[in-house]
Design a protein around this ligand. Sequence first.
Ligand SMILES: [Fe+2]
Length: 205
Amino acid sequence: MLNTNDSSELYRLRTVFLLIDVVRMVEHGTFTRDHSERVADSAVLVAKRYGMPQKLLGIVWRSAILHDIGKIGVGNDIIFSKSKLSPGAFYIVQQHPVFGHELLRRTGSLQLEAEIILQHHECWDGSGYPNGIRGNDILLGAKIISIVDTFDALVSSRGYKQNWTFDSAYNYIKKNVNKKFCESVFYSFSHVYKKGGLDSIYKRR
Ligand SMILES: [Fe+2]
């Protein structure tokens, strides 16, 4: 997928892995690397199905694997809080795309990825965060990540919730097309899902 003969591509890849290592150190081994890898691999499959040119798939992969990097700016006490978040803490959580954007922008080599990460919680109907942008103002990479990130979050068990079945997660996404999610990206996701494209990604759990 990635052309590592290209020195700038290799530089970007090194930067991505450096950032992942920083996150792992800050989070003391609790970094949800599996989640990020599943989101990244699923995002690339959906992007391919959508017809995204091969040369742009690396942008999607890098954005997806780093999509939640801004959570290191939120703080573990909030991220791992078992009690209901205060409005102030919730606001800080909603700033993680902004923190991630700022971090990646400063690498000087991941500018597009920074913009995609800024938008990965925006919704088709404008109800998302941090800026409440809507529709096709949202970058394609962010619209793809939004769907595969939601799918992964639903089918994963977390401390506070059971995992959903794959079909329930798929139906939730379908029900929220034109609300949270972009319809044309959903069609690509749906095709990948129904053809069993996600099976190899989720077998490794
Ligand atoms: Fe996120």
